[in-house]
Design a protein around this ligand. Sequence first.
Ligand SMILES: [Zn+2]
Length: 79
Amino acid sequence: MALRTLQRRTRQLIRECYFCKNAVEDIDYKDIGLLKRYISSYGKIAPRKRSGCCAKHQRKLAHAIKKARIMALLPFAIQ
Ligand SMILES: [Zn+2]
């Protein structure tokens, strides 16, 4: 019984990658509305556990966020 509830809980935590689901190949660094969903209140990039991205898209997402920061579209840090 306990194992079953644990399995159910872990299954709920596993989400499909948003970018794989919507067949997004390259993440646009100018799409601030989308990128803002993957940064914390301190401006940090969300880890895979929170973003739910696959390894490939997490890498592309981090790259897009870093690019947006350099272009001053996103903050490096929020106080
Ligand atoms: Zn993906």
